[in-house]
Design a protein around this ligand. Structure first.
Ligand code: NAP
Length: 320
């Protein structure tokens, strides 16, 4: 195996065109509990764009140049002596610690617990569309809000990465699901199982739904503040974007006024959720929401598209 690999480097923070495609040294496993993965596909998330712009430098102080990319699917090609749950040759999907050399490259090394065997029926591209968005939606709806059969759930931005998995996960647990999206995405969110579709360009969701048990909100700002008005007393609002001080104070006021619990879904790597989702993909209960595949060389274009805020489902970079 060549010790060099193709990687998209982030040499400085900035616009999408800062990316440079180069041949660099392959990462090696730094610890006995790591695996080396030949990356076949890497998911693209708005989180990656924030990293690229340097907005998250305090949390993730990179030593530039750095390779970003949190969502990957690929094949285990080497493993540390303490790794017993995975074998060389396993097809895996998972999450890469942002501080490690990431998925926009032919290889990545990561702690083995962060990656899991991927659903047998998915392609690498489909599997790479799952980790961050799918785990976030599951963590919010199931782990934090404990969604129950018969509950009424509103998924904001149902056509987006988090929302497209959110609709399916809420339906899987037996909820009735309403969702918001633009005109061109109505059929798409219906195909994911939404019971009621609200075109946010034509009507205010406050006129369309009420008595909601759980709102999953990946948008924030005025959308989240309006969301309190449709939740029944005792209901839960799941905040995906933490928001600034003004938004947090406004949420605090509305939470008391409407007797609603607010929970911030801080992303934490919960790879065990990937194990829970695997059989659901294999039985067809969950569908991958991959809608666009670009070659690794077009990482900058993928970021430009992501930053429009209007991509459908998930976008993935194909590496092999
Ligand atoms: N806290 C965490 O752990 C965590 C984890 C994952 C993501 N996030 C964050 O959550 C946010 C969303 O992530 P994502 O991956 O879902 O983003 P995304 O895929 O880029 O979202 C794009 C979607 O948002 C929809 N949209 C935009 N404005 C809307 C509006 N006013 N009403 C309804 N839908 C609207 C668009 O639909 P139309 O084209 O139809 O307008 C589009 O389909 C990002 O900021 C991301 O960084 C946080």
């Amino acid at each position: 195996m060549s010790k060099k690999m193709k990687a998209v480097l982030l040499p400085q923070y900035g616009e999408p065109d800062v990316f440079r495609l180069e041949n660099v040294d392959r990462p090696h496993m730094a610890a006995h509990n790591e695996v080396l993965i030949e990356v076949h596909a890497a998911g693209v998330n708005p989180f990656d764009c924030k990293l690229r712009r340097g907005y998250l430098q305090q949390l993730f102080p990179f030593n530039l140049p750095h390779v970003i990319g949190n969502d990957i699917a690929g094949i285990v090609v080497d493993k540390g002596f303490d790794v017993s749950e995975l074998e060389i040759g396993d097809r895996v999907y998972g999450l890469i610690d942002p501080m490690c050399s990431g998925g926009y490259a032919e290889y990545t090394a990561t702690k083995s617990y962060l990656v899991r065997r991927m659903p047998k029926n998915l392609s690498f591209e489909e599997a790479a569309s799952v980790p961050m968005a799918g785990v976030t939606a599951w963590h919010g709806l199931k782990t934090m809000a404990n969604v129950q059969p018969g509950q009424r759930v509103l998924v904001q931005a149902g056509a987006g990465g988090v929302g497209s998995y959110g609709i399916q996960i809420a339906k899987h647990f037996g909820a009735w699901v309403a969702t918001t999206c633009g005109t061109g995405n109505a059929d798409y969110v219906k195909s994911l199982g939404a019971d009621q579709v609200i075109d946010y360009t034509k009507s205010d969701f406050r006129n369309e739904v009420s008595d909601i048990d759980i709102v999953l909100d990946p948008i924030g700002r005025e959308v989240i503040l309006r969301s309190y008005e449709v939740i029944k007393p005792g209901g839960t609002l799941l905040v995906i974007l933490r928001g600034d001080q003004i938004e947090m104070e406004a949420r605090e006021r509305l939470m008391k006024k409407h007797n609603v619990t607010t929970k911030v879904v801080a992303f934490s790597a919960q790879p065990e959720v990937l194990d829970e989702m695997r059989p659901l993909f294999e039985s067809g209960v969950l569908k991958p929401t991959l809608t666009r595949v670009l070659p690794l060389e077009q990482a900058a274009e993928a970021h430009r598209l992501s930053e429009t805020g209007h991509t459908r489902g998930k976008m993935v970079l194909k590496i092999k």
